[in-house]
Design a protein around this ligand. Structure first.
Ligand code: NAD
Length: 505
């Protein structure tokens, strides 16, 4: 459905104070620390030309203040000591406040990252509200368990789930509110004190969303935010009193966090990183036009900036021409346009990201561009900030693109003669986040799904996202699992309390 969105009213009426501020400061329980002398300001480059306030690079003393306040809040039990029923109500209230403020939050997110406003309103905002409600509603249905071993008659052990303490949640810029909800809601539900470090490219929207949490009743000491880039994040993860780091972002940053976080004591770490999604059109695949539509939508709806995008398509040799042509047609529905006005796809996150991805294309032979519409020969209208979706075919197997997360609208097609070889090629990747099988033969689906070494395998679909199912990667795509009841395990630890009946000692 095409619809024109008039966002002028949102900008002037409700974004004014956020955008006209002198600078974006951390959100700390000890506000005196938030205003400590600013060590450095990070300037923002905005696709819209509209000024975005610079971001405060959180200093060592601001990080110390955040961690100390989080520890105090955790210790005083003001949040974790509340009945689950009341914490659940607070989180549900937060969901409703985000829902009511969706237009403003989506607008801010759009201005910061270039993702289209309509995509944010239709996908990202409702999804983050659903995630919040899903975890909140589960919160008071979880029970601890008792184990009766029978070793000493009526003995039993109580296995109690307890919060971990101070949790650092480090976020990426793509889908900041969904990744925020995936981490912060189960962490708060379990009773932890959380310090969020959003991306330097998506700070304002997260700050506003966290203020709504405080309005809903989450104590500020249990939910603070530090601002800044990787330096601020690095300072946070190294603090000894941070007991858990939950990270979403690139594999490179995850490795740096892993090395830094354990310099002084041990912490729980969970990593949700990038991927190189492999989608195999099987020997028994039919309806190639439908397949092409699913590929184009999931690969190009956010300019390829999705961790689980199907960025490598494996097709039988004899079907490769047809599938490439069909994808070439389907991608025309995903050309970038003005993020505030288009009902479709917006821009990429920064000029640097565009320039980097485009530079990679410049080095290629013309022969590998599989479709007439591509960035090399038809750059888009807003060429500094966006790319035309591009399909490449015939790259040598040794080309680095096969195993590099490009995070841009660049899709690779790899014809195969033997499907087992396609699976081996996909499994040889250092990544292992999302894969897919397109086939109308249940045995082929089953066999390939079992063989693919990926955290998520989609059969005849891509990108299903129900909250009940865990999501996460293997190998360099990460180690954690988000969503589903499994997420509560990541933000809690069990304590076993042993009871022996009198006289059994
Ligand atoms: P990034 O790794 O550049 O940054 C992520 C966060 O880490 C930012 O907040 C950044 O400031 C911070 N950071 C950077 N260096 C740090 C350091 N040394 N110590 C601590 N923090 C540091 O990633 P990005 O560009 O913001 O996000 C895109 C990446 O995120 C892609 O690789 C994408 O695949 C991945 N991603 C994965 C998922 C998933 O669920 N698996 C979801 C969304 C995005």
């Amino acid at each position: 459905m095409t619809r024109t969105i008039n966002t002028d009213a949102v900008t002037e009426a409700s974004l004014g104070s956020v955008l006209s501020g002198g600078g974006c400061m951390p959100l700390l329980a000890d506000q005196a620390s938030a205003g400590l002398q600013v060590e450095a300001w990070l300037e923002r480059d905005a696709w819209s030309g509209q000024r975005l306030p610079p971001t405060c690079q959180s200093s060592d003393s601001q990080v110390d203040a955040a961690v100390a306040a989080a520890q105090r809040s955790f210790a005083d039990g003001a949040w974790r000591g509340q009945p689950k029923r009341l914490r659940r109500e607070v989180l549900l209230r937060w969901a409703s406040l985000i829902e009511a403020d969706a237009a403003r939050l989506a607008h801010l997110n759009c201005l910061e990252t270039g993702r289209s406003l309509s995509s944010l309103l239709q996908d990202s905002l409702p999804k983050s509200v659903q995630v919040l409600r899903w975890f909140a509603e589960l919160l008071d249905k979880l029970d601890d368990r008792a184990v009766h071993t029978g070793e000493f008659g009526a003995d039993f052990a109580l296995v109690r789930r307890e919060p971990i303490g101070v949790v650092a949640a480090i976020l990426p810029w793509n889908d900041p509110l969904v990744t925020l909800a995936w981490k912060v809601v189960p962490a708060l539900a379990m009773g932890n004190a959380v310090i969020v470090k959003p991306s330097e490219h998506a700070t304002l929207v997260v700050r506003e969303a966290l203020q709504l949490a405080h309005q809903a009743g989450v104590p500020i000491g249990c939910l603070q935010m530090l601002t800044g880039d990787g330096l601020a994040g690095s300072r946070l993860v190294q603090r000894r009193d941070v007991r858990k780091v939950a990270f979403t972002g690139s594999t490179r940053t995850a490795a740096a966090i892993g090395a830094a976080a354990h310099r002084d004591g041990l912490k729980r770490l969970s990593f949700e990183c990038g991927g190189k999604g492999a989608f195999i059109f099987g020997r028994h695949g039919r309806e190639p036009a439908e397949f092409a539509g699913v590929v184009a939508r999931n690969m190009f709806y956010n300019q390829g900036q999705i961790c689980s995008a199907p960025s490598v398509v494996h097709v039988p040799h004899e079907a490769a021409d047809e599938v490439a042509a069909l994808i070439g047609e389907a991608l025309k529905n995903f050309l970038p346009d003005h993020p505030l006005q288009t009902p479709g796809v917006g821009f990429m996150v920064s000029r640097e990201a565009v320039a980097k991805a485009r530079a990679g294309l410049h080095e290629l032979d013309d022969a590998v561009f599989a479709c007439a519409v591509n960035d090399r020969h038809a750059p888009p209208r807003f060429a500094d900030w966006s790319m035309t979706p591009t399909v490449l075919r015939g790259l040598p197997d040794s080309h680095p693109f096969w195993d590099t997360e490009l995070f841009a609208p660049i899709l690779l097609i790899r014809p195969y003669r033997d499907v087992a070889e396609a699976v081996d090629f996909a499994n040889a990747s250092k990544f292992g986040l999302a894969a897919g099988v397109w086939s109308q033969d249940i045995d082929e689906c089953n066999e390939l799904a079992s063989k693919l070494v990926f955290g998520n395998v989609h059969i005849n679909s891509w990108g299903d996202d129900p909250n009940q199912v865990p999501f996460g990667g293997v190998k360099d795509s990460g180690s954690g699992r988000e969503k589903a009841a499994d997420a509560f395990d990541d933000y809690s630890q069990t304590k076993s309390i042993f009871f022996r009946p009198r006289g059994a000692c």
